[in-house]
Every structure is written in C-alpha cells, then in structure tokens.
Design a protein around this ligand. Structure first.
Ligand SMILES: Cc1cc2nc3c(=O)[nH]c(=O)nc-3n(C[C@H](O)[C@H](O)[C@H](O)COP(=O)(O)OP(=O)(O)OC[C@H]3O[C@@H](n4cnc5c(N)ncnc54)[C@H](O)[C@@H]3O)c2cc1C
Length: 407
C-alpha cells in the first residue's frame, strides 16, 4: 500500500468518480428500479442472477471495492485508509447503492486476515469480496448469550475430521446463508480456553435451520441445529482451543459495524425519513414556521444532535481503526450510545405520528406509518444484538476504564 500525497489523492478521487460513473448500472439511478431486497446480501442463491444489484456487486467485487482496504492478493482493493475514505465519500456523494451487505466483509474477513492460515485466506476471502458466499454467525446458544463462553456445542476430533453436535440460537439469516462461522467447544474441562472457531458449510448433512418469528412480524433469525455434522480438519481457524481470542476480536468488528447501521433506514430498527419533517406533517407549524409542539421539538432536536455527534464520532473512530490495528474495546462506547439513540429515534417517530404510529396493518395506515411501528418494535433488539447494553457497559468499565470487577 503506497503512501499518497494530496495531489495523488486528488487524482485518485477523480479516477474513482470516473470509474463509478462509468460502471454503475444506469437503470439503478431510477429510484423505482426493481431489485430483489435480498440481493444485496449476495450468496450462492444469486450467483447466476441478472438482478441489477448483483450486476453492481459484481463490478465492485471485481474491482475489490466491496472490501477496499483488504490486500489485493486476495481480491481486495488494496487501498490506503485515505483512499478508502475518498471512495466512501464518492459513493455517498453520488448516492450509489451499497454494493454488498455482508457478515463476511463486516466481521469474518477482518479476523481471517488476522488469524487464518494462507490456504484459508485464499479459499474464503476472494468469495467474500465478490459476494459469492453469504455467511451467518453461530455464536449464541440457548444457555450462552451474554455469557458466551458457556457455549456447549461440541466439536470432537475424529482423526480425519471434526464432528459437531449442538444448537445455536438467534442465528441471523441462517436459513439463507451458505456458510457459518461458529464457536464450538473442543475442551469440556475449561471455559474460555476450551473454545475453538470453525467454518461450516451449511449444506453439510446434519445442519438444520428453523426460523423464529419476532414481535416485528419478521423472521430474520433462526435456531440452528448441528447433528453429527462432519467438517474437514482445515476448517478450524487459528489454534485448537484458541477460538476465544478470535471470537472477541470479531465482536469488536461487529459492534463497530452495527453501530454505523443504527442511524438511518428500517433494517436495524430506525425508520427512514427525517424525524422533524415527519413531526411537522402531523403536528403542524407554529407562527415562526417551527414544529408546533415545543416539547417534542426539543426532544427531536436533542436526538438529531446526538445522532449527528455519533455519526462524526463513528467516522473518526473508523478512520482511526483503519489507520491502526482495527477497532478496540472502546467500540463498546459507540455500540452503547448508538443503540440508545436509535431507540430514542424510533420512539420519537411513533410519537410524532400519534395514533397513526401504532398501526399494524390495514388501509387506515400509510406504508410509512406501518414501517414506523415495525421499526419501533425492531429497535428493541438494538440494545441486545452484538452484545447487550449492560454487557457493553461491563466492557467499558473493565477494558476501557480499567475498573476492577465488582466484589
Ligand atoms: C436482532 C438480533 C440479531 C442477532 N443475531 C445473532 C446472530 O446472528 N448470531 C448469534 O450468535 N447471536 C445473535 N443474536 C443474539 C445476541 O447476541 C444475544 O441475544 C445477546 O448476546 C444476549 O444474549 P441472551 O439473549 O442470551 O440474553 P442473556 O445473556 O440471557 O441476558 C438477559 C439479560 O441479562 C443481562 N445480563 C446478562 N449478563 C449480565 C452481566 N454480566 N451484567 C449485567 N447484565 C447482564 C443482559 O444485559 C440482558 O438484559 C442476535 C440478537 C438480536 C436481538
């Protein structure tokens, strides 16, 4: 990765702009363009699809810009942090669609780069970058959520393969995933030191997924069962019984990424649309043209300020993380704040709509109102996913502030 001066960066920006304009499918500029909402997650189901989103993902994947800072030898963009920032800025300024949403890019890839052997990197990173494989995360179990190291899914050494038996829960999109990165127990006599990190092809006999329906009415996650699942020896990443360190590192990447996702659209619980504008359309304006309800106005303003500060802090810490050794435990501060502000925003959105914000279905409600109700319910998960707010406060007190464990 070369070190670039500002003149080089200006040239790079111009090149990026030209390339994006030339390669973005023209039809995607149309806000009404038809794309499968699932396509953005990629995976084998979409490999041969002629969906416009997939065409865009392919272009960006071939260029390595779905994983801009990953090394070019694995198909990544090989960009410096400064160049990656420019690419981000150009994608935002030009209102380009996100080419690929991926647990592989957000969570697994960074830890493979850090902990995997060369064969594993060659086998998995290029497919992640091109969106050819959709990954899910097999961490939580019915008896192991916050206390993740209590996990019981057994992984036994059978000489020429590993044999896996156990159950995971809350596995987001497991029913749609091609592969799973999974925490398993390889030693029952120890807790943290008995955990290993393995990669499981979801088509392996003995893997079963059962979707769970949420209060939002959606079913984005599953129970995942492993019954006598045989996986090759080479699917264990890092050292046998050395998975806990990888697990924690991956959680830092996860927290960093989901915090960034809490800000806007419906996916992570937010509801699309400008909160102040929505409130004005329901409550009307006062003589000065401001939102008529002064209490709601000040709470919306506070939330917008919080969101704005959070966005700037996320950009700054993400840039710092790219320039150094990846995220640190301090990402728990951002995850905690992001979850809290996103939940406030969802509450305010419902309040701004009055009774209309409590609809479930039917013609009495507009699509945006129904989305707000579901977004509000979904936002309840913001302080649970990727480690609960209480657990993140524990991480902050121990690993950031260096406070002792309570007696
Ligand atoms: C939207 C969503 C998506 C998810 N996706 C995935 C996924 O893809 N893969 C996956 O593996 N998991 C996933 N999860 C699961 C998630 O990681 C767990 O729900 C979470 O870690 C909490 O575990 P738990 O549900 O077992 O709660 P518990 O650990 O049982 O916690 C219950 C309550 O006790 C509190 N608590 C527990 N321990 C402490 C402590 N030491 N100090 C203070 N308070 C404590 C918690 O904060 C919580 O309020 C997802 C969850 C959500 C909501």
């Amino acid at each position: 990765m070369a070190d670039f001066g500002s003149a080089d960066l200006d040239t790079f920006r111009a090149d990026v702009r030209t390339w994006l304009e030339a390669n973005y499918p023209a039809e995607l500029r149309d806000p009404g363009a038809k794309v499968d909402p699932e396509a953005m997650w990629g995976g084998q189901a979409f490999l041969d699809s002629d969906d416009l989103q997939i065409a865009w993902m392919r272009k960006m994947g071939e260029k390595g810009w779905t994983a801009p800072t990953w090394p070019a030898q694995y198909g990544g963009g090989g960009l410096s942090p400064a160049q990656a920032r420019i690419l981000d800025q150009e994608l935002t300024a030009g209102r380009y669609r996100t080419p690929l949403a991926s647990f592989g890019v957000w969570m697994l890839g960074p830890v493979l780069l850090e902990y995997a052997n060369e064969e594993q990197k060659q086998a998995h990173l290029p497919k992640i970058i091109k969106g050819e494989v959709r990954w899910c995360q097999g961490y939580s179990e019915p008896g192991a959520g916050s206390d993740l190291a209590s996990l019981q899914t057994r992984c036994e050494d059978k000489g020429d393969h590993w044999l896996i038996n156990g159950q995971k829960i809350w596995t987001s999109y497991a029913d749609k995933a091609d592969w799973c990165f999974c925490l398993v127990r390889t030693d029952t006599s120890k807790k943290h030191e008995g955990v290993s990190f393995v990669l499981i092809d979801m088509r392996t006999p003995g893997v079963e997924t059962r979707p769970i329906q949420l209060i939002s009415g959606e079913s984005p996650f599953c129970e995942t069962f492993f019954t006598d699942v045989k996986i090759p020896k080479e699917n264990l990443v890092g050292k046998v019984n050395g998975g806990w360190e990888i697990a924690k590192r991956l959680l830092q990447y996860e927290r960093q990424n989901i915090s960034g996702g809490f800000g806007g659209g419906g996916g992570a619980g937010g509801t699309a649309g400008d909160l102040a504008e929505v409130a004005k359309s329901y409550f009307g304006l006062d003589a000065s043209g401001a939102l008529a309800d002064t209490d709601l106005r000040s709470r919306i303003t506070q939330n917008k300020m919080n969101m704005q500060c959070l966005g700037l802090t996320i950009s700054r810490t993400a840039a710092e993380a790219k320039a150094s050794n990846g995220p640190s435990a301090a990402v728990s501060i951002i995850k905690y704040a992001a979850a809290s502000f996103a939940q406030d925003r969802s509450e305010l959105m419902i309040e701004a709509m009055g009774h209309q914000g409590l609809g479930w279905e039917g013609e009495a409600y507009r699509p945006g109102e129904l989305l707000a109700t579901r977004g509000w319910l979904r936002s309840k998960g913001n302080s649970i996913e990727g480690g609960t707010s209480e657990v993140n406060l524990n991480v902050i007190s121990k690993r950031v502030l260096g406070l002792p464990d309570p007696k």
